[in-house]
Design a protein around this ligand. Sequence first.
Ligand code: GLC
Length: 564
Amino acid sequence: MAAEKKWWKEGIVYQIYPRSFNDTSGNGIGDLRGIIEKLDYIKSIGVDIIWLNPIYKSPNDDNGYDISDYQNIMSEFGTMADFDELLYGMHNRGLKLIMDLVVNHSSDEHEWFQQSKSSRDNEYRDYYHWWPAEKGTPPKRWSYFDVNSDAWKYDEQTDSYYLHYFSQKQPDLKWENPKLRSEIYKMMAFWFEKGIDGFRMDVIPFISKDTSYPELPADAQPEDFVAFYANGPKLHNYLREMNDRVLSQYDVMTVGEAPGIAVDHALDFVDEDRKELNMFFHFDLMTLDRDPDELFTMNKDGWKLSEFKKIHTKWDKAFANKGWGSMFLSNHDFPRSVSRWGNDDPEFWRNSATLLQTFLLTMRGTPYFYYGDEIGMTNIRFNSIEEYRDINTINKYKQLQNQGKDFDAFIENEKDAARDNARTPMQWDESTFAGFSTTKPWISVNQNYKSGVTVKAQEDDKYSVLNYFRKMCAIRKSNEALIYGEYKLIDETNEQVYAYTRSLEDDCFLILLNFSTDSVIYTLPSDINYNAAKLIVSNDRIKDDKTYKEFLLLPYQAIVYKLL
Ligand code: GLC
């Protein structure tokens, strides 16, 4: 049975990292007016929903994921009037807006934290997690960005430690306090009343904590902590309460970022009857090429296509009858998709970028693209630590320095793994700084803007990555089977070709994706019944074989057929 129809199942999402999208104020940092200026472009590529990374007031320890005022705009990005104009401009063009909701933690510069740390009996004390020093050292908690990976920070003022799963400037909010929860729901309603269409919820499974702060096994690894953080005792009570008090009052979409959530818990979040969230991003794919013992070490090319298929097939199945999936290959926390899952060698770049687009646009689940994916932007691969801006890379480097460890290997790894790979300025044209800004941008521009990786260069080229993206978006939107249809994997073990069908009622599409640098003659198993195959789209030239059983696939070729 096909899923119930919803706008957020049919929409294609385009994620914008505002800092890197378009600078109109001339300070080297993208801004809201920069997005306004590009709305016609965004509309023209065929996406429907824009997800903006945080634009709230922030000291930018973690580029906006450390919020000091949830109801104001970051000064570098503009003003609330700019925001209102942006939202109006989107709605006017039929585009929806989803914002980032970052409520596992705030900035330490938020008024709540300033109050909370001022004294033990301050009325905001219980908005954060404190451990009084007279109880001794708190039980070990691991932190993502801390130089010592220590999630407790001692604060002299009240002789206590506070908890921060991320940086020291991102203290964790205490959801166990109902007053805090009410403040958050009020803030969410403020944005919904303005008319936004939903939230992407930052590390949402982390919000519930066991406030007895139990000791964890002494040999716990980062991934054990992540799993512990993501499965707090009251998580689903809070999500249901949030749904009841705010989300249910509006026609909006929600997508949680869900590190640490395994597939067998998927429906706990998105089963419609539970009234929690609509979708979430799982992390199974994002850890596929990571070293299992070292969460942050990239094992480039250390993944197999059969595993890639297995992950997507498993997650598709989880939502086959209930809930709904979300499909993504990259975002602001991971390297560029074409460099990671495709091949950014000039010989294979175009085909692999368009193959990945074909993949996301022919799978079940809402597809999420990251700005620049539509033109095939690639990893920048910085050579030295001075070029990095991300606290994650910088603090890990400092940690290695403190431990006297080898950081050359780390820098080498970061070329493939670092988040900054995906945060370089959008490449608009071939003018200085790729048309992103008139001044030196906050982070370097990828030099391949000089060789065709720009919107301008690709606009008029019929065969460009950009125009393929446009075509593919239109194909998805005009074929319901590609949205709601059943997904069936054809050949699990093939390490070069990912083949599957999508079918709904009388329509059946066959998708063939050659994930390899070889030309492959792919033979379909005989149990797939059809008389002919009508070509819908291909990212390369095609040799039609009238038997419709053997298909020649060029390196990274993607072909979609309709089976008749
Ligand atoms: C999420 C965000 C990431 C941020 C972290 C802390 O993982 O996507 O960018 O650094 O949460 O807020």
